[in-house]
Structure formats: structure tokens, C-alpha cells
Design a protein around this ligand. Structure first.
Ligand SMILES: [Zn+2]
Ligand SMILES: [Zn+2]
Length: 264
């Protein structure tokens, strides 16, 4: 499905279409550039799989390194494609977990966060090409951030999607995808008639809810996970007023900041 078709189906996305077009194209371009910059051997996929049981994400091992000149090149291309002034971005090397990334609350911080996310997503694409990532932790096996949404694959497995880098991993079906609490006292599953291909996991333990795209009956055409998430506002109505917080993709607040900055 193309972006225009998605907007025809969900007209409320119209206002944000220019942003998403630029954002998705620039992510693709960063991915292409990273293919030339990152030595795939240095990602150490074999070591990653050996270390999976320790619960440490890839970036905790300090294996991903980029030259300052390459980071600057990524920033240049990203800013040009997003239509914002070029930002001089310095990323720590080796690349840290997302929670350890120093971020300023300005345009440079937005760019640094997005470059970090793109590098983490690139690493995930290299690693998951080797084999499926099964991971027993409710945080991203690459960058360490929490999940933005989940999906149930046609074979019935629950996958979580990282709220920061959008990497995916196979997780325990019955545990809360946000805090790991097991279902017996943890998450409750809710449904909304308006969104038959989605369900919501509500967790009393952490007070959050997670949107889950159920792909067992119908395989949706997903352009991007955050955009797919945005088509489901009716799900939020189902849990409104019950005091639970939604899981969100980080790009939503970053994009809101960017739009405010452009408007001023
Ligand atoms: Zn991640
Ligand atoms: Zn929870």
C-alpha cells in the first residue's frame, strides 16, 4: 500500500502526510547509507545470539561504532530530506543504549535521536536476517527501549515492536509486553468492535496498555509501524477513563516537537 492509499482510507492522517512522506523516505535513505558505513562483521551477530540469555541488548556491548564524519554525513542527508537546517550531531562511540544517549530538547536532539534509531534499526536488519530474534525481555534487544506496539503473527506468536528504533522481537505471548508481568495477574485483553484486527493488552501491574495488531485472520499491508498504530485511535476510546497510559512510539512526541518548531 502506498501512503496516498492509506490516507484515502484514513483521511484524518491527511494533515500529517507531508511529515510521514519525508520521514519514511529519509529512514530508507539512512538505511542505504549505513549499508556503506557499518562493517557488518563488527555487528557480531553470532556474539549477540550467544549473549541473548543475559538480557543485554546489542548496544550494551559497545559493538557499534561509527566515524564522526559518517555521523555528520547521515545528519546532512537526514536534515536535507526532512527540510530542516543541518545540525552538527555528535553521537557517543561506541553507540550507547537509547536510555544512555544524551539528548538536548532542540532540533539537534531530534536529529541525534533519529540517527541513533536508524543505526539501531540497521543493526537489527543485519542480525534478524540471520535468524529470528527470540528474547525474553520487555525491552528492545537492540537499543533497550520499551515496546510501542505488538503484533500477533499468522502463526500465533506475539512480537513486540520497539518504540524507538522500531525493531521487532518474538516475546512471551502471555506476559505484559511493557513490564513483563505474566498474564495471570497482569494483562487483560480487550477488544473494540470498530477495530476487529486489533486487541489491547491492559496491565494492572504497570498501569499501561499495549495495542496489538492481530494478523491471524488478515495480513495487513503495513507501511510503517507508527503509521499503522495511528490508524487505531478508536482503540483508545475503549480504555479511556480507566486510568491506563498508552504505550507510544517516540517519533510521535519528537514529530510534535518538530512541527511546533517549524510553525514558530
Ligand atoms: Zn530499539
Ligand atoms: Zn505491565
Amino acid at each position: 500500500m502506498r501512503l496516498a492509499e492509506l490516507v484515502a482510507k484514513y483521511p484524518f492522517l491527511q494533515d500529517n502526510l507531508p511529515f510521514w512522506e519525508k520521514y519514511l523516505q529519509s529512514r530508507d535513505e539512512l538505511h542505504n547509507l549505513l549499508g556503506e558505513m557499518v562493517n557488518e562483521a563488527h555487528l557480531d551477530a553470532a556474539g549477540f545470539f550467544q549473549n541473548l540469555n543475559e538480557g543485554k541488548p546489542l548496544l550494551a556491548y559497545g559493538t557499534v561504532r561509527l566515524k564522526a564524519a559518517d555521523v555528520n554525513r547521515l545528519s546532512e542527508v537526514f536534515c536535507r530530506m526532512m527540510g530542516i537546517p543541518h545540525q552538527s550531531v555528535v553521537l557517543p562511540t561506541p553507540l550507547p543504549l537509547f536510555e544512555d544517549l544524551p539528548l538536548t530538547a532542540d532540533m539537534a536532539g531530534f536529529v541525534a535521536a533519529e540517527l541513533h534509531a536508524a543505526i539501531a534499526a540497521f543493526a537489527e536488519s543485519v542480525i534478524s536476517a540471520e535468524k529470528e530474534i527470540n528474547w525474553l525481555e520487555p525491552y528492545c534487544p537492540i537499543c533497550g527501549a520499551t515496546a510501542g506496539m505488538a503484533l500477533i503473527t499468522p502463526s500465533g506468536k506475539k512480537n513486540l515492536v520497539c518504540s524507538h528504533c522500531q525493531s521487532g522481537w518474538v516475546y512471551l505471548r502471555t506476559a505484559c509486553g511493557l513490564c513483563g508481568q505474566s498474564a495471570e495477574r497482569g494483562s487483560t485483553v480487550l477488544f473494540a468492535d470498530e477495530e476487529p484486527d486489533w486487541l489491547i493488552e491492559v496491565c494492572e501491574e504497570c498501569g499501561h496498555y499495549l495495542k496489538v495488531a492481530d494478523m491471524r485472520d488478515r495480513l495487513p499491508d503495513i507501511i510503517s509501524y507508527p503509521l499503522h498504530y495511528l490508524t487505531t485511535w478508536e482503540l483508545d476510546l475503549t480504555v479511556r477513563g480507566q486510568g491506563f497510559e498508552p504505550s507510544l512510539f517516540a517519533i510521535f512526541s519528537r514529530a510534535g516537537w518538530l512541527q511546533r518548531a517549524v510553525a514558530n
